[in-house]
Write a protein that binds this ligand. Structure first.
Ligand code: GDP
Length: 454
């Protein structure tokens, strides 16, 4: 494969910047412009070593650098690879990349280093996909589940299922192709046992996706309430809390603003309907229609009421609307000691929490309720497989469907060679997760989602 190069660190001012180069000619190209301080011949430099020296471009000194050497197959790509660590900043790093390109390297495509690791057999596709998830992780739980996947957690699990199917397949084929050998026939009971076990294992993986989705995308919470109940104040109180790690996320629509906090290691994205009001630049009641739209998108609805005011018609309608959804009703401004709402009545359908956004009273109870509603404490990413990738989930669904088909076929006493088709299909789907059975178009699609230099 040709030799590729790219900037692997984020563009911008920083302490150091790294240009990475990989491929057969990597060290020949490097030799042209890297001068080691001690004058060591690059051909003699072993893998896993770092050399101090200079980048010199046609007799012009460019920068003082450290170069890390990795020799095939012991590198990220399993090829000869070097990482040139220079001073950070936009100019120097770009200049070094330019010198690599000028001397024979080609600009890497997004994800091409990881793609090579996959194509060269160092990691499988699910591991390669874990790399992009690690890079995009916003929380510890998300990173942990991706690291587990990178270390082959999911691959091993899939491999075990495939092995069970493979040996079953061999038995079927032998009994079809060589009936004259008096081999024990694949009996119905055995086939049922094997496929039921496979079905169970696939279901375990599939179920883990519910948690996986929460780990990756977080929980979408809609904060709704009429003007002046204290939505902005509550949001500010939440964001001020020590445990809340704040990251600003641009809303998916222009009007809606989302704030993301972390509760029990899970991102909680609060859709702030106050933002709608702000961008419309006029005080506007949050109508039923808008609330309905927001409620549809949200995993949880927090209805904020002003405890000093009686519930109006619109709020009553919203209370009705959220009855069948995960919801919390929050009574604000309890510091004013003027409760005008029948809490007992509300408690019939929802959890009711009393707070004072202004005084920061009761905010903790909201987190506790979110934890309880979504069993957040039970989501464990330590050494356990959590499917977080939608591509994997879709393939698991398809494999599971095939498995159910096969079980049905067996129960209907159909010929064994029909089952063999289903078994092959299940293996094919599982192979697509790990990448053994996948088209080059899909591979291209997957790696195009990577960032440059990875
Ligand atoms: P929003 O329109 O729902 O976003 O409401 P704001 O957060 O802007 O609050 C409206 C008014 O209520 C402001 O004057 C706040 O200071 C006041 N407010 C909000 N929360 C509380 C609270 O817990 N106690 C008291 N006494 N006033 C509050």
């Amino acid at each position: 494969m040709n030799t590729i190069a790219a900037i692997s660190t984020a563009i911008g001012v920083g302490g150091i910047g790294i240009v990475r180069m990989s491929g057969e000619k990597c060290f020949d190209i490097l030799e042209i412009f890297f001068k080691s301080k001690k004058g060591v011949n690059i051909k003699n430099i072993k893998g896993y070593t770092i050399k101090y020296g200079y980048i010199v471009d046609e007799d012009n000194f460019v920068d003082e650098v450290l170069v890390s050497f990795f020799r095939a197959p012991n590198s990220y790509t399993a090829e000869n690879l070097c990482e040139i660590s220079s001073h950070g900043g936009t100019y120097i790093v770009k200049k070094i990349l330019e010198i690599c390109l000028k001397n024979g390297a080609q600009l890497a495509e997004p994800g091409e280093f990881t793609k090579r690791a996959f194509l060269n057999g160092r990691i499988d596709l699910s591991q390669a996909e874990a790399v992009i998830d690690i890079i995009n992780s916003k929380t510890e739980k998300e990173a942990k589940s991706s690291i587990y996947q990178l270390n082959g957690g999911l691959s091993k699990y899939i491999k075990n299922i495939k092995e069970i199917l493979m040996s079953f397949m061999v038995e079927i084929e032998v009994s079809i192709d060589y009936p004259e050998y008096d081999i024990e026939e694949v009996n119905i009971e055995k086939a049922l046992n094997i496929l039921s076990k496979v079905k169970y294992e696939l279901e375990v993986l599939k179920k883990s996706f519910d948690n996986g989705k929460i780990i990756k995308d977080g929980i979408n919470v809609a904060l709704i309430g009429r003007p002046n109940v204290g939505k902005s104040s509550l949001l500010n109180a939440i964001l001020k809390e020590e445990r809340a790690i704040v990251t600003d996320i641009e809303g998916t629509t222009r009007d809606i603003i989302e704030e993301s906090i972390t509760v029990s290691g899970i991102p909680i994205n609060i859709i702030d309907t106050a933002g709608i009001r702000k961008s419309n630049n006029k005080i506007e009641e949050i109508g039923i229609k808008k609330s309905r739209e927001i409620a549809q998108r949200a995993d949880l609805i927090m209805l904020l009421l002003d405890s000093t005011r009686t519930i109006n018609k619109e709020e009553q309608e919203i209370i009705e609307l959220i009855k069948n959804k995960k919801s919390i009703i929050i009574l604000n401004k309890i510091d004013l000691n003027k409760i005008n709402i029948n809490k007992k009545e509300l408690e019939k359908n929802s959890k009711v929490i009393e707070i004072s956004a202004k005084e920061g009273i009761g905010i903790e109870k909201i987190y506790k309720e979110i934890e309880r509603l979504f069993n957040l404490n039970e989501i464990n990413t330590d050494n356990s497989i959590v499917v977080t990738n939608i591509r994997h989930k879709t393939l698991l669904d398809e494999a599971l469907k095939e498995c159910c088909e096969a079980l049905k076929t067996i129960k209907e006493n159909m010929p064994i060679d029909i089952i063999s088709i289903s078994v092959k299909n299940i293996m094919q789907k599982l192979g697509e997760i790990t990448g053994e059975e996948i088209s080059s178009d899909i591979i291209k699609e997957i790696f195009s989602r990577f960032c440059l230099g990875k």
